[in-house]
Design a protein around this ligand. Sequence first.
Ligand code: FAD
Length: 345
Amino acid sequence: MDKTDIIVIGAGPVGLFTVFEAGLLGLNCTLIDNLDRPGGQCAELYPEKPIYDIPGVPFQTGQEHVNALLKQIEPFEYDLYLDQRVDSLNQIKDGDDDYWEVITTENKKFISKNIFIAAGAGSFEPRRPPNIDNPDQYINKGVSYAVRSVDQYKDKNIFIFGGGDSALDWTVELSKKAKSVSLVHRRDAFRGAQHTEEMMRELVKNGKVNLLTPYLIDSIKGNGKVEGVSLKNFESNEIESHDADELIFLFGLNKKLGPLLEWNLELNGKKISVNTENFQTNKEGIFAVGDINDYPGKMDLILSGFHETTLAVQEAYKRINPGERVPFGYTTSNSKLQEKLGVKK
Ligand SMILES: Cc1cc2nc3c(=O)[nH]c(=O)nc-3n(C[C@H](O)[C@H](O)[C@H](O)COP(=O)(O)OP(=O)(O)OC[C@H]3O[C@@H](n4cnc5c(N)ncnc54)[C@H](O)[C@@H]3O)c2cc1C
């Protein structure tokens, strides 16, 4: 099994910047995130909201910030594993050396001397439809909680559930490809962008979208795969059955600390206690950086996480190269970065 210099749990802004700081010292990283794309809260919760407090960057949206970080780490070596949560963390021995092994929900194993927990407020998990027993039995068989490939919905009868931006955006977008699109929401008021709601209502007027309010899902019909859906009308309490190929539940995300709480790390509430010299936890080789950590004066800001991971990477270097001085230099004279960027001297 491959060993990496640093395993980073969480590909939010702080996890991404860890790759940069590690790269400057010639260390490689493996990043793992539960979501289907990097960027953590910036990409998932506020891609279009402006951020004004990144030093030297007067204005960036959440997504622009993530894009800039991805660009910044391009010169460096890293692997990114998405759609899987790190579930367990175990100490293992290889000869005389101690390592940490992480195992993901996809049953992938990774080994490193240094684990950086950059898990923010925990892993984001999609909210399941209420009162449906085990909807996940139909995952990849007609039930989804995010749209990963638009082509999957071509010429299908789709039901989209939700009342926020994602539900509105995908209703508009998928109406171009699907055989039919029904948007189901428990009231006739939406929380998404007004402009998109207007587009959706225009599509309803033109018969391209079927708007079903106030409705709630009652049950999923299927045999191995989704074949239909029953909906309950909130006002009349009547149940209606519809044929359906795909059900997309866009009820938002829950944050779950989940497995992190079971790793015997010293916690303060739901955050991991660290020392501020190197952001190591009570276990050697396990660091916590960004929103997930706690120390006196902690602020949940992106720039705090950047500082924390910069110092933590120094300690990780020392653990990999015992007795060696950590090389220090400004990025302008960092040979590894200059080499990767192809800068000629
Ligand atoms: C609405 C809003 C506006 C904000 N505006 C600003 C702002 O203007 N300026 C500012 O500085 N900060 C702002 N913040 C705060 C900022 O977003 C956070 O400080 C920052 O995202 C923390 O980065 P992070 O990398 O530590 O964690 P996150 O961004 O939370 O990323 C953590 C990642 O770890 C993943 N993860 C967690 N557990 C696991 C696991 N077990 N396995 C795999 N993956 C896991 C999660 O899925 C997530 O992608 C804002 C926050 C919100 C909610």
